[in-house]
Design a protein around this ligand. Structure first.
Ligand code: F0G
Length: 445
């Protein structure tokens, strides 16, 4: 124990160079702090922190990416440097993240109950490690490098861990990852192992793993990159920047996203507020946060008029958002209030039905991502979103992130036999007549 203490250290490392203008502010007490060390809660009051971005200079949309080193100009995160904290170039660890497609598919618009051309899907599964986490990780790990951190760590439902493992490997830093044992998909575990992080399987759920890790990072000089880290959220803001730039800065009526630990919701609210402030947009879209019904403490908090917050023990097929006590709840509440946002829940069946529709359109996503479309469908059906509204749904992770869910859906039975649209493989003898029958079957569905 004491050997670890000697090696890792318990005090702040020596103040690094190049971080003079990098500061954070507490959302509760307003105290500002120099971010020349790892900070995930306010040293004065324990509140959540926001990274400060210098917005006093004019921001020109046609200048995004200009004057940057080539690797940064190519990154769909760092090209928005004018709207990010001023980290030193030398610390930046990038894998060319972002630059993800914005898809339109009228079958999916119809599925949601929206008019043709009124639904787009921003596919964050097209990031280097196949989820949106890479956008936050490039900034988080770069800040970790800038402050001279020795080791980076996270608790994760799988995507953050895969992303951290990759970016830590890029930076040549060791990474420690806590995952709830047996509760993350095989693909995400495989990525995290392959990229070389030290994986610790905790006998508990995600919420317990994060609590445990925070005890460790409070006691040791270990850099925490969960989304309580304000720099992670700075990178995730660029999902909003990029989708609006792809839309020629035309603001949709609604942006729908899944809510788990609520880091993305918080990041989206901050991004939109900043774009409004610098004049790149002239109105705010409504954020629509969709939680899985079995993991919906934020939806309950919202439905109760923000009066009583209660954590839950989470259960859902969408393991990425199986979170019962979201760490960014106060920031996410701020984002919903600021955008007159919507919060709703969807059942696991609704999630899997929406996922099957997205997959069948050739787009594909992991279960948690499909909550965006399932939630839009529900909100339109309930009349909270009119059918002629324009909406962008965020697909947070790639279809290959959770192949167990795909195989179980298509090959397994539901309570009433095969599930809607189940696509079972044919097994044929190795002769032409058998294959001809398969050909007829493929042609006629
Ligand atoms: N979608 C996917 C695919 C995710 O992996 C997550 C979060 C979310 C949605 C929810 O985003 O937490 O910002 O509200 N995954 C985290 C992880 C918790 O550890 O990978 P959020």
């Amino acid at each position: 124990m004491s050997a670890v203490r000697d090696e890792v250290g318990v005090g702040a490392p020596a103040a690094p160079a190049g971080l003079a203008g990098v500061r954070v502010r507490c959302m509760d007490c307003g105290a500002e702090h120099a971010a020349d060390r790892p900070l995930t809660r306010c040293p004065a009051c324990g509140g959540l922190l926001d990274a400060l971005v210098p917005l006093d200079r004019p921001v020109r949309a046609d200048a995004f990416g200009a004057g940057l080193p080539a690797a940064l100009a190519r990154s769909g995160v760092w090209r928005y440097r004018q709207l990010l904290p001023p980290l030193p170039d030398a610390a930046i660890v990038t894998r060319g993240e972002g630059n993800t497609p914005l898809y339109a598919d009228d079958r999916l618009a119809a599925f949601a109950g929206l008019a043709p051309g009124h639904l787009e899907l921003k596919h964050e599964g097209h990031n280097p490690t196949a989820s949106f986490k890479d956008r936050g990780m490039t900034v988080g790990v770069s800040h970790a490098r800038a402050v001279g951190a020795r080791i980076v760590a996270c608790a994760s439902t799988g995507n953050t861990s895969a992303s951290l493992a990759s970016y830590a490997a890029a930076a040549g830093m060791p990474a420690l990852v806590l995952i709830p044992e047996g509760k993350i998909s095989g693909g995400k575990l495989a990525q995290t192992l392959a990229y070389g992080a030290r994986v610790v399987q905790v006998a508990g759920d995600f919420d317990q793993a994060l609590r445990l890790l925070r005890e460790l990072t409070d006691a040791y000089d270990v850099y925490l990159v969960n989304s309580v880290n304000p720099f992670r959220l700075e990178g995730q803001k660029t999902i909003v920047f990029e989708l609006l730039e792809q839309r020629g800065w035309r603001v949709p009526d609604v942006i729908a996203l899944p809510g788990g630990n609520l880091g993305n919701t918080a990041a989206f609210g901050k991004a939109l507020g900043e774009l409004l402030r610098v004049g790149l947009i002239d109105r705010l879209p409504r954020l629509a946060v969709i939680q899985a019904a079995g993991a919906a403490p934020f939806a309950a908090y919202h439905a109760g008029g923000w009066r009583d917050y209660a954590a839950v023990v989470a259960e859902t097929i969408a393991t990425a958002i199986k979170i019962g006590n979201p760490a960014s709840t106060p920031r996410a509440r701020r984002a919903i209030e600021q955008t007159l946002g919507l919060v709703t829940t969807v059942s696991d069946d609704e999630i899997m039905e929406a996922k099957a529709a997205i997959d069948r359109a050739g787009i594909g996503c992991e279960p948690a991502s499909a909550a965006s479309l399932a939630g839009l469908r529900r909100l339109v059906a309930e009349g909270a979103i009119p059918p002629d509204a324009t909406a962008v749904g965020i697909l947070t992770g790639h279809v290959l992130k959770d192949t167990e869910a795909v195989i179980a859906y298509h090959l397994g039975d539901g309570p009433d036999g095969p599930r809607p649209g189940a696509n079972r493989p044919l097994s044929v003898a190795a002769d032409l007549p058998s294959l001809e029958r398969a050909l007829a079957d493929a042609l006629h569905g």
